[in-house]
Design a protein around this ligand. Sequence first.
Ligand code: NAP
Length: 254
Amino acid sequence: MKNIFSLENKKVLITGSAQGIGFLLAKGLAEQGAEIIVNDITAERAEHAVAQLTAQGYRAYAAPFDVTRCQEVNEAIDGIEKNIGAIDVLINNAGIQRRHPFTEFPENEWNDVIAVNQSAVFFVSQAVARNMVERRAGKIVNICSMQSELGRDTITPYAASKGAVKMLTRGMCVELARYNIQVNGIAPGYFKTEMTKALVENQEFTAWLTKRTPAARWGNPEELIGAAVFLSSGASNFVNGHLLFVDGGMLVAV
Ligand code: NAP
C-alpha cells in the first residue's frame, strides 16, 4: 500500500533547526525521506547540524539567515529556490522565550519576542508562499504553543506572539488554500528542551505540571514528530487552518 505519510523527494525548510525541537523534527522528517534545509541565525551551528544529519545518511543543506530581517529572508529564500530547489514544506519553528513580570517587562525584550516568534513567521511564510502559489502546491506548518490559547505568569509577550501565530495560521489558510497550499499549526504542550530546562529542574513546577496534565508527565520532544510528518505529508491534504495540540491532554482539562 502506498505510504501516504511519505516525504520522499520533498524539500523541507525548518527555521531555527540547528538544535532543540527544530533539529529533532529535521531528523524525524528526514527519516521519512525528506531533504532538510537547516536554517539558523548562526552559520556555524547550521552547518554543524547539517554535518550531523548527513553523517546519519540523510540529505541536508545549511541556509543560515536571520528570520527577523525581511530583506535578508527574501534574499535567502530566492537563493534556496535557485541553488537547492523548490521548497515543498516550510516549518516555522524558530522561537525565543523571555520571562519577567508584566509591569517590569523591558521594551527591548518585548520587541525581540515579537520579532522572532511573530514577525518572522509572516516574513518567511510570505517569501516562501509566493513561490508555492506559482507552483499551486505547498505546506506551511507553524510551531505554536499552549500559549496560543492560555496565558501564563511572566510570559505575556510570548503568549501574545503565539496567539498571533495561531491567527497567522488561520489567515494564511484563508488566503492560500485556493492555491493548494495547506497551512496548519502544531501546538506543543510542555516538552523537556533547552527552552524549558529551568522549569524541568524546578521541582515545584514539575509537580504542578504532572498534576495539571492528564497524561501526568512532561512530553518528550520525539513525540512531536508524528504531528509534523502528518502535516508535512499528503496524509493532510484537506486539513487546513488547524492547530494540532500535542499536549498530553492539557488544553482540555480544568
Ligand atoms: P530552542 O532550543 O531555543 O531553539 C530555537 C532555535 O531558533 C535556536 O536554534 C535559535 O538559534 C533559533 N533562532 C532564534 N532566533 C533566530 C533568528 N532570528 N533567526 C534564525 N534562527 C533563530 O527552542 P525550542 O524549545 O526547540 O523551541 C522551538 C519552537 O517550539 C519555538 O517556536 C518554541 O516557542 C516552540 N515551543 C517549545 C516548547 C517547549 O516546551 N520547548 C513548547 C511549546 C512551543 P540560536 O540558539 O543560535 O539563537
